[in-house]
Design a protein around this ligand. Structure first.
Ligand code: GLU
Length: 432
């Protein structure tokens, strides 16, 4: 089973989406289930409605999931397991107050060494524990030897016991920490491969250590994806608007192009332009570069245009808020003039809006408008052109400029003969 485990704490980042896409692809390739686990245990940071937004985005990308779980539903299992760890003396109760821990942290900072728990509560006697009425957290005892695993992208990694540390698995309010909940749920859901961002790489030995202590012997594979850098070579953060999937939609990028771009990024692929379905036939995590990949919006713009070219006219029409395939074909005529829905939509809307008669061509536009009102419906632009020229006596730019304004609302654009086949069934609406 593969899983995508987003926290409902903010807008979906392209890094999260990339993780979701890769999990989906591998699930398809291996014929395993793909689940979504909403990691909602950090109540303070959860944002109402973000879970639904994430699921909607997955749907828009065609990333079909078999099931949605909410991590909080497993709370009692998490609590029971923490108690079991205590009883088996694999964990210990820690009564250190937040202030004491903060002081330890400060001291480590001053001495320029990495912070590690001082170990004060690890060896308390049963009596000392039972008689203490202060709130306590539960800490797991650190491992005795290094925890090693082989990451599909980063290869062999080893973490010393001190780097894993005696970390907290249950907070004083009896909610599990991220590492504890995540590790248990990966077990409960029988996950076979975890694909996630490399910011989680130091969590992995902790999660493996938890499962080792519980005697879970199924090996879970890991692939930690390199981060995505912004155009200045810095880690892409919330402050980079292009990192938000919602922003990309707002800017008029389509899911097919965004998915293509995120699969292409830092990868060796047989083609540059492909669909998600095609990627399932050749995608291999081993081809991903170990180095961080740089986000390039121009490449995304190029792919957006290519995918609009390939799109079924009816679907393209829908993406522009229309229903008729003719509008999709009309959009395709405008692909040299823009790369995104946002850039092209005003041009399509101008065709169907009231026309700007207050130009130097006002007189000619009115003449052409009258002539067209009584004209038969011609199949080809050539026939219409001949008819109108004869009827109005206009020619050259006195004919073409006002005709273009009347039909498209602007002075420049694709050849009218290209546009006409898709405009003709709306002609009365267009010239009115
Ligand atoms: N909830 C974590 C996040 O959004 C994901 C952790 C994981 O995939 O294990 O970063």
């Amino acid at each position: 089973m593969l899983r995508f485990a987003p926290s409902p704490t903010g807008d979906m980042h392209i890094g999260n989406l990339r993780v979701a896409i890769f999990n989906y692809i591998i699930a398809k390739q291996r014929n395993e289930r793909f689940i979504v686990r909403i990691e909602d245990t950090d109540k303070e940071r959860n944002i109402e409605g973000k879970d639904r937004e994430i699921l909607e985005i997955l749907n828009l990308f065609g990333l079909k999931y078999d099931e949605v779980y909410y991590q909080s539903h497993n709370l009692t299992i998490h609590q029971h397991m923490a108690i079991k760890m205590l009883e088996e003396r694999k964990a210990f109760a820690c009564f250190c107050s937040p202030e004491e821990l903060e002081a330890e942290r400060e001291a480590a900072k001053k001495a320029k060494r990495a912070y590690r728990y001082g170990g004060k509560c690890e060896f308390l006697s049963d009596k000392e524990v039972l008689e203490n009425e202060k709130p306590f957290t539960i800490r797991l005892k650190k491992p005795k030897k290094p925890v090693e695993f082989t990451d599909i992208i980063k290869e062999k990694l080893s973490f010393a016991p001190d780097d894993i540390d005696s970390f907290v698995i249950m907070r004083a309010d009896k909610t599990p920490t991220y590492n504890f909940a995540c590790s248990l749920d990966d077990m409960i859901h029988d996950i076979s491969l975890v694909i996630r961002g490399e910011d989680h790489v130091s969590n992995t030995p902790k999660q493996i250590h938890i499962r080792n202590l519980l005697g879970y012997d199924k090996e879970i594979e890991y692939a930690h994806l390199p981060i995505i850098l912004n155009e200045n070579g810095k880690k892409m953060s919330k402050r980079d608007s292009a990192s938000s999937v919602k922003w990309l939609f707002h800017e008029g990028f389509i899911p097919e192009a965004i998915a293509n771009y995120l699969i292409l990024l830092g990868n060796k692929t047989p083609d540059e332009i492909f669909t998600l379905e095609e990627a399932i036939s050749w995608f291999d995590l081993k081809n991903l570069s170990k180095a961080a990949a740089k986000f390039d919006i121009d490449k995304l713009r190029f792919l957006n245009r290519e995918h609009m070219k390939m799109m079924d006219p009816k679907d393209l029409s829908r993406a522009f808020g229309f229903a008729d395939a003719a509008i999709g074909n009309l959009v395709k005529c405008y692909l040299e003039e823009g790369s995104t829905i946002k850039e092209i939509k005003p041009k399509i809307e101008a065709i169907f809006s009231a026309k700007p008669f207050d130009t130097e061509w006002e007189k000619e536009m009115k003449i052409l408008q009258e002539a067209m009102k009584s004209a038969p419906l011609f199949d080809s632009f050539d026939d219409l052109k001949k008819y109108l020229m004869k009827k109005t006596g206009l020619k050259g730019k006195n004919f073409f400029k006002p005709l273009r304004l009347l039909l498209t609302g602007t002075q420049h654009g694709p050849e009218l003969s290209y546009l006409y086949p898709y405009l003709k069934s709306y002609i009365m609406e267009i010239i009115k």
